[in-house]
Design a protein around this ligand. Structure first.
Ligand code: DSN
Length: 586
């Protein structure tokens, strides 16, 4: 193998991917990421994940002798390595002496983090091999239920998860699924109703765990309901594991029969999952279901990174961060309410807030919907996701937005900043004029906002981004998003297949017939076709170069980029009429 292939840097071997990584890194830091299930994984964890443990196959599990060992005994290499050389183990490959120790360490640290009062870490059985939350959930179904058994979960439209029995997921086909729902008045879990449903349906397993329900459940009550019908209780704390680790959210370990979580959300670790039980018989079934039931070789680089993550999760800084994440979510929720917007489920005591877009803008009976609202917020630099809420009819047309505070809290933003974020979201989205277009099958909901409000939104979000600061490891660069003014470039270049049609729509004269090298004078049109500035449009090989007065060029570039994106109002009288595009406005 050539030296180049073994030692070449990414920039040398694959500059294209190296550039995409830099751009993605810049995007992550130039915007406010408020995806509730994301966080900014610490450099130390990423270093472990990028390590040579990536190279190793190690199907199986560490020797049973490591179960329950404290950290200093796991790391006693002088004893561990002779033990390994002398004894058979539970792996199918040799060369796994350090993998064994890494896995045992990840298990031990997880057990220490999630050990409930009155128990010892050695009483917890931890599987760190699931490659993702969905696979971990499936492994639990496989371990504790038979196909066709009834499983009771929160309805996806009310905050449940795809892998909790959605008909489009294997779990929904494997099991008979019955859903509990939130109370339609309070939008809160109603334990009386959950109890009654359990009595009627006699499930084999009940899942307490949510992807977009923002209140911590009462795990004791769920366990009592499960016990009343002889069901297993599975707690899925994928979203909130970091908060549970820090004592900011109830820890279900020791209450639920089995607890599962992903490691990359509030825990801020690698993408993977962990299953914990305090029952040795259940532990054996879980281990068999994960490997060889569903998976082959575990990803040891991730397991190493998990071990580092669990070390970080034991620090006072991690605990303080999780507490601030929760305080920030409350401040965001209060900020929305102060702007007259409806917070779904009444608020939050986790890291997540759901905002009912229908409460923000309506026009001729058409509400603002989650998809278009999330696109508009992305344009100003706030990244969130559309989400269903109680009352929505199907997952394809969610009427809400889900926001999470982990990432912005990691970057140092506090309660005042959350109120500023709520204000800017309300300010921009309140200018929205929604409309619906009939497609071949369904209505498509869209909306356009006021350009000046969008520009002001960008300015305010940029201020927050500056305040949040950047990662020292990242060289200065910027995400080439819509708002860059062009760094003083004296002309605007418009290109793309639709360039001529676009310019015809946004100028008072047609340029479609211009030959290469010819030019034409025209007026660029502002909102409602009010003349904005005189321009000279010249046809070039790959589009058009537009000259405008020096003090107008940057504004023209931003206006046209926004028009090409399609979410600002061009003509109030023809709100729905699309402008041809997209085009590149450079
Ligand atoms: N996709 C995750 C979320 O955003 O909630 C759950 O798996």
């Amino acid at each position: 193998m050539s030296d180049f292939l073994v030692r070449g840097t990414l920039a040398e071997v694959d500059p294209e991917i190296a550039t995409l990584i830099r751009l993605e890194h810049a995007r992550q830091l130039d915007k406010l990421i408020m995806i509730a299930s994301e966080s900014y994984v610490p450099a130390a964890v990423r270093e472990a994940e990028g390590s040579v443990f990536q190279n190793i196959y190690a199907e199986g599990y560490p020797h049973t002798a490591t179960i329950g060992l404290p950290e200093d005994e796991i790391l006693d290499y002088e004893m561990q390595l002779p033990f390994y050389r002398r004894n058979a183990d539970r792996r199918y490959y040799k060369g796994v002496e350090y993998c064994n120790l890494v896995e045992a360490l990840a298990q031990r640290r997880a057990a220490e983090v999630f050990c409930p009062p009155g128990m010892k870490p050695e009483q917890l059985f931890v599987n760190v091999q699931p490659l993702s939350g969905a696979v971990a959930n499936l492994a639990i179904y496989e371990a504790l239920t038979q196909p066709g058994d009834t499983v009771m979960t929160l309805d996806l439209l009310h905050g449940g998860h795809l892998s909790h029995g959605s008909p489009v997921n294997v779990t929904g086909r494997r099991q008979r699924v019955v859903h509990y729902r939130v109370n339609p008045e309070t939008e809160l879990l109603d334990y009386e109703e959950i109890y009654e449903l359990a009595q009627r349906e006699r499930p084999k397993m009940i899942i307490a765990g949510f992807t977009s329900y923002p209140w911590a459940p009462d795990f004791e009550r769920f366990r009592a309901i499960a016990d009343s019908v002889g069901a297993y209780l599975m707690a899925d704390i994928a979203h909130t594991a970091g908060m549970a680790a820090a004592g900011v959210y109830p820890n279900p370990v020791g209450i639920a029969h089995v607890t599962v979580f992903t490691t990359h959300k509030t825990l801020m670790g690698p993408r993977g999952a962990v299953i914990i039980t305090t029952d040795p018989e259940i532990a054996k079934k879980i281990d068999r279901a994960v490997f060889p039931g569903l998976q082959g070789g575990p990803h040891f680089n991730k397991i190493a990174a998990m071990a580092t993550m669990f070390k970080i999760a034991q620090t006072p800084q991690f605990k303080a961060l999780q507490q601030q994440i929760a305080r920030n979510a409350v401040a965001l929720s209060e900020g929305f309410k102060a702007n007259g917007l409806r917070v779904v489920h009444g608020g939050t005591n986790t890291h997540m807030v759901l905002l009912d877009c229908k409460s923000i803008a309506q026009r001729d009976g058409v509400p603002l919907m989650g998809n278009v609202a999330s696109r508009i917020l992305d344009l100003i630099g706030i990244v969130c996701n559309r989400n269903t809420i109680p009352g929505d009819k199907d997952a394809a047309n969610p009427s809400a937005l889900r926001f999470g505070t982990p990432w912005v809290t990691q970057r140092g933003l506090r309660e005042d900043d959350m109120r500023a974020i709520a204000d800017v979201i309300a300010y921009v989205l309140k200018t929205a004029k929604p409309f619906a277009v009939q497609g071949a099958k369904n209505l498509t909901y869209s909306a356009r906002v006021d350009f000046d409000a969008l520009r002001e939104g960008v300015r305010r979000v940029s201020e927050l981004v500056q305040k949040a600061g950047r990662d020292a490891e990242l060289p200065p660069l910027s995400y080439p998003h819509v708002w860059h003014s062009g760094n003083g470039k004296p002309t605007v270049h418009v290109r793309g297949q639709q360039a001529a049609a676009f310019l015809d729509a946004v100028l008072d004269a047609s340029v479609s017939e211009l030959g290469i090298g010819s030019q034409k004078q025209a007026m660029a049109l502002g909102r409602n076709r009010v003349p904005m500035t005189a321009v000279v449009v010249r046809r070039v090989e790959d589009g058009f170069v537009v000259e405008a007065p020096a003090d107008q060029v940057a504004a023209l570039r931003q206006w046209w980029r926004a028009l090409s994106d399609g979410y600002v109002i061009f003509d109030d009288a023809q709100l729905e009429a699309p402008i041809p595009g997209p085009v590149a406005v450079i």
